[in-house]
Design a protein around this ligand. Structure first.
Ligand code: PBG
Length: 333
């Protein structure tokens, strides 16, 4: 056998590190944190082992736990004390995210990113104001093509992002897949002098069944219908580039793909086409399924978590939002 070409030479333990193409660091990771205005004590999230909804009073303590692992950035999600038709608690100055953000930024060095969406704040659980024909009815939709009123929703999103910035958010992350959301947020932030608050757009967000556990966690499942009128069809990849281009042109600073593992081709496509930092959201279902298999003894959780995040990075993501952030960061230290 001709041994000239022998790739195994470079797989020996002492040289693996030198030739490794991808590295994963705690600084790449963003930990999602759930703050619950209705809670008085920490509540375990059953479908997301190790994660909790914490009361506003516990928000600083929770973020300190994250920082202790070496993760420096968090993504805040809020569960408001009450919901209504348009989601007014999303932009209230004394709302759950605003209150938690003020406390966290006053007392910790965490880089605070806030999720800007309305599904946790509307009674019907959709990501915005409904079209006029739907607004007065109950949550039954006679016509399944009726959905969120795109342009009415922009006003709410803009107010929400500005209120987060006023509370001290370092970055805002619109996740509602409303057309024009990045432009509306940029304009709103700039009008108020928040020129230095970047926007991380959930630019290519798919209508995915992998969000199931999150919807339990954040109590944001749609009461009727689904989100396919605004989130992307899993069958499409060219459409993702078009979506991302619109957001990039509107001034998005970071471009996100969501979910991550089933959409690594999209991460790669965006990495190749754009110069922006690319983020990927390793979502709740991706986390829950590994935990469930590990619980049965079918997978080694630590190993599959690390391999998953490394793969997301290898595909081209610079930032990874993941429920594994704390565990993996501790392991990397
Ligand atoms: C919408 C939002 C969702 C997630 C983050 N932001 C859910 C949705 O569209 O239903 C899902 C995150 C996850 O599954 O981990 N505000």
């Amino acid at each position: 056998m001709d041994l000239t070409h022998r790739p195994r030479r470079l797989r020996q333990d002492r040289i693996r590190g030198l030739v490794s193409e991808t590295s994963l660091e705690p600084a790449d990771l963003i930990a999602p944190v759930f703050i619950d205005a209705t809670a008085t004590t920490r509540q375990q999230i059953e479908s997301m082992p190790g994660h909790e909804r914490v009361p506003i009073e516990e928000s600083v303590a929770r973020v300190e736990e994250v920082l202790d692992t070496g993760v420096e950035a968090i993504m805040l999600f809020g569960i408001p004390e009450s919901k209504d038709a348009t989601g007014t608690r999303a932009w209230a100055d004394d709302g759950v995210i605003q209150e938690a953000t003020r406390r966290i930024t006053a007392e910790t060095d965490a880089y605070v990113i806030t999720d800007v969406c309305l599904c946790e704040y509307t009674k019907h659980g959709h990501c915005g104001t409904l079209e006029p024909d739907l607004r007065h009815g109950e949550c039954e939709t006679p016509d399944p093509s009726l959905t969120v009123d795109n342009d009415a929703t922009l006003t709410s999103l803009r107010k929400t992002a500005v209120s987060h910035a006023k509370a001290g958010a370092d970055m805002v992350a619109p996740s509602s897949m409303t057309d024009g959301m990045v432009g509306a947020l940029r304009e709103g932030l700039d009008d108020e002098g928040f020129h230095d608050v970047p926007i991380m757009s959930y630019a290519a967000k798919y209508e995915s069944a992998f969000y199931g556990p999150f919807r339990d966690a954040a109590d944001g499942a749609p009461a009727f219908g689904n989100r396919r009128h605004y989130q992307m069809d899993p069958a499409n990849s060219r459409e993702a580039l078009r979506e991302v281009r619109l957001d990039a042109d509107a001034g998005a600073d970071v471009l996100m793909v969501k979910p991550a593992l089933p959409y690594l081709d999209i991460v790669r496509d965006i990495r190749q086409e754009f110069d922006h930092p690319v983020a990927a959201y390793n979502v709740s279902g991706e986390y829950a399924m590994l935990h469930a298999a590990a619980e049965k003894g079918w997978l080694d959780l630590e190993e599959v978590a690390l391999e998953s995040l490394l793969s997301i990075k290898r595909a081209g993501a610079d930032l990874i939002l993941t429920y594994f952030a704390e565990d993996v960061a501790e392991r990397l230290r």
